[in-house]
Structure formats: C-alpha cells, structure tokens
Design a protein around this ligand. Structure first.
Ligand code: GAP
Length: 437
C-alpha cells in the first residue's frame, strides 16, 4: 500500500472508529454514495457551516439567507438545461453490466471488473427523478435538486420585493443536493447525497470581473481560517470545453487529497443565464431597478460554490498527524479549536476519589454551559484519555487534581505540544475563549 492510500485508509478507519462518519445504511450492507455522520462528524460539519454562515452572511450587510425546498417544480430544471444537459458519459460492461465513466477508466479498453467488452457510450442524466402525488404520469415527475443554486434564483424576485436590497448583493444557502453519480467513490469525495454551501452574488454586468477576483480572495481567506492546508490548494482556470453550460468563466480550487489533486470548490461567472432563462420560461420579470441611475437590467451572477463533505475531507486530510509518544505512534487531528468537534475534555486525575470527581463535574458543568462542545472523560488512565482525545482532535484536556481542591487551579494540556499549564478555575472560560478566535 502506498503512503497516500495508507493515509486515506487511516482517515476512514479513524472516522468510523471514533464516531465521525459511518457508511450509509451499514447494517443492510450499505448504500453506495451515501454516508451517515456520527456525533463527532455532525459537530465538525456544524462548525464548518457556522463558520461559513458567520463569515459570508452574518458578518456582512449585503447577504441574504435562503432555505428553499429540495423538491422544486420540474420546469425549473427544464429551464436551466439540467434535464437536457446535466449528464455524464457512461459505458456499460456487456458481461457484468457494471457502469463506468469513460474519463475514469484510464484508457482501459475492457471492463476493469471482469474483462468484458464495453457497449456503446451513452449520456446518463444525473438527476434523481421521483413522482409527486398519487398520479404516476410524466406530469408528476419532480427531481431532487442537483444544486442548491436554483432555490436562490427562483427566489430572487421575492427577496428584491420584500427586502429591497441594493446591488451588489448576494443570496446564500446551505442545503442538501443529490446527484446520481455513476461511480461514487473516494469516501465522502463523490457522493450521491451531499451538502452544498452556495452564494449567488448579483452584480452589474460591468463589474463582474472585479467581483470575480474579490470572491476568489474571499474563498481563499475562508479556507485558510478553517485550517485547510493552503500549500495543498491550487487554482485551476477551467477551459471552456470543461465548463458547465451556464458558465463564462470558472476557477476551480483544487486540493491535494490523498487520492490525488481534485476539485474542492468552484467559482463561476454564471452571467445572467439563470435569471434570463427563468424570466423567459416563467414570464416573471426578474430584472432589477437601480434607483440611483433609474436603469433597469437583469443582474449578472458570480457564484462561489462549496461542497460541505469535501470541506470535511480536506480538513481531515490537513489535520491528520502522527508522532511518537512513549515508544508508540500517536495519531491526532490538529483541528483549530474553533472547528474541533470537542473544545476540551475534563477529567479527574483519579477516578476513585469522590472529591476529585465532584470538583471535576463542577468544572465540566461550568464549561459545558459556556461552550457546549465539552466532554467529561474519566475512562482508563490519564495517558489513555489523552490519546483518545488527541485522536478526535480535542485541543485541550483539563485535569482536576489535588491542587485544584486547594489552590483552585487545573492543569490544561495542549494537544499539539503536549505541554501542560496551570490555570485558575475562574480564568478557564476566558482562557478557552481566547483560543477560539
Ligand atoms: N451550483 C454550482 C454547482 O453545483 P458544481 O461544481 O457541480 O457546481 C459545486 O458543484 C461543489 O459541490 C463542488 O465544488 C464540490 O465541492 C461539491 N460537489 C459536487 N458534486 C459532488 C458530489 N458528487 N459529492 C460531493 N460533493 C460534490
């Protein structure tokens, strides 16, 4: 096994063992392209989403949140071209009937599973279709949204009419998207059900280049703040032939995942494609009146698009570390404290001393109330507790010992340096807050 696939195996195994990510529907043999998040995975995902929402929505005056329905009128997807164009080429093996994407076959001329011959290459639409209501005919077909973006375009007029935002302004949404990927793979990298965090930023056409560059910087700044290893991030100017049908310019932010350099996020100049298309098909006027100039026009759109699962995977790959402690290999996740699923774990030095237990419980209660993401851990000896917390990326382990009873201090051990400091109990909250910036 080479070093990189070894790293991937270690990450997948740690995620399962410690309650981050489990295979979807596992007790029934799984469901390809789906994963379930365990307690620590949910916490990590929520921290990423909260960081994104804080930076891009709450901390700005020009951004408006949306939470649109996953099921949308099928006309949305006919209008945007997804019904006709949202497809990947695929080939079937004539023998074992397995399906493959030709671009993922590394020029193999026969089936990698059984050596059988391939049939003719066809296009496969990646939208999941379902029926709405009791009548099973084509008029009842709806699709699970393959991108969150359209939930924002169809609400453009609603937001303009109800909140009267001034251009430039953006709509932002976090939510599920579904794609019937032919070959879901690489753990949570290519899934059939995943989450997106997207922004549609509406600008005057004359300003699109300026805002494209601006959003490029914003994306990079957020990635860095999250703790993604920026040495592994690369910008790729996407060639016209490889761009989505709606985009006049796309820059992909690629990341050196353990299985290779692949797309992490995308930034697209969608022009006025979506608003114009919806205007034409819905007969609703989706133009904007600039009150200062009196000019009415259809805004153009810059779209920063972030995959949540790919953020989780890039963070896990960035944070995973190993070193040697007491002759053993220590595995740990060097998450930034603000992103770590658990900020700190509180332990009594000895489990069988009631006075230490009750003081530790008090310290835990105080921190739990303040930060929420706090764990009480009195299993095994202190060394084992440290190893367990290191593995899930807890930045601080707080130990209540006999000094705590006399001097009102606790020992705070740092995950990365393994150094310990004495902190007064009544200064603990401020100490931890100062680490969460
Ligand atoms: N609205 C634009 C759009 O959906 P995209 O490049 O198809 O563009 C945006 O998707 C982001 O969504 C990607 O950069 C990636 O982070 C994430 N993504 C796309 N397909 C995915 C999949 N099958 N599994 C996990 N994440 C995916």
């Amino acid at each position: 096994m080479d070093e990189k696939s070894d790293l991937m195996e270690k990450i997948i195994s740690l995620c399962k063992r410690r309650g981050f990510i489990y295979p979807g529907s596992e007790i029934y043999g799984g469901l390809a392209g789906t994963y379930d998040y365990g307690p620590l995975g949910v916490a990590l995902k929520n921290n990423i989403k909260n960081s994104w929402w804080k930076k891009f929505v709450d901390n700005r005056e020009d951004m408006y949140g949306i939470d649109a329905a996953i099921l949308m009128n099928a006309k949305v997807w006919q209008t945007t071209g997804h019904v006709d164009n949202f497809s990947d080429p695929m080939v079937d093996c004539k023998e074992c009937k397995k399906r493959f994407r030709p671009d993922q076959l590394d020029n193999k001329k026969s089936c990698p599973e059984c050596g059988g011959a391939f049939g003719i290459q066809r296009n496969f639409n990646m939208m999941f279709a379902t029926q709405i209501g009791a009548v099973e005919d084509s008029s009842a077909t709806v699709y699970l949204r393959p991108e969150t973006a359209q939930g924002m375009f169809v609400n453009f007029k609603n937001v303009v009419d109800s909140l009267h935002p001034k251009l430039p302004f953006g709509l932002a949404q976090i939510g599920k998207a579904f794609r019937n990927e032919i070959t879901p793979r690489d753990f949570i990298f290519r899934m059939r059900e995943f989450e997106q965090m997207e922004i549609e930023y509406f600008v005057n056409q004359n300003d699109w280049q300026k805002y494209f560059d601006y959003w490029k910087d914003e994306i990079l700044e957020w990635m860095d703040s999250l703790g993604i290893d920026m040495n592994s991030v690369h910008e790729l100017e996407v060639e016209e032939a490889d761009r989505a049908h709606y985009s006049s310019r796309t820059v992909d932010f690629e990341f050196d995942f353990p299985f290779g350099r692949k797309e992490l996020y995308g930034l697209a100049y969608r022009t006025d494609f979506d608003l114009q298309s919806h205007t034409g098909a819905s007969l609703n006027d989706l133009s904007y009146l600039d009150e200062t100039t009196g000019e009415r026009f259809v805004p153009h759109v810059i779209e920063p698009s972030f995959g949540l699962e790919r953020s989780v995977l890039a963070l896990l790959a960035s944070a995973y570390k190993e070193d040697g402690v007491d002759g053993e290999i220590r595995q740990y996740l060097a998450f930034k404290p603000a992103i770590a699923p658990v900020i700190c774990a509180v332990s009594p030095l000895l489990k069988n001393k009631p006075e230490l237990q009750s003081r530790a419980r008090e310290v835990y209660g105080m921190l739990k109330q303040e930060f929420g993401r706090v764990m009480y851990d009195d299993n095994g000896n202190i060394g084992k507790r440290y190893r367990r917390q290191d593995e899930i990326g807890t930045p601080f382990c707080i130990v209540v010992d006999f000094d705590s009873l006399e001097n009102q201090t606790v020992t705070v051990r740092d995950r990365d340096t393994q150094k310990q400091e004495l902190i007064k109990i009544d200064e603990l909250v401020n100490y931890l807050k100062s680490k969460l910036v």
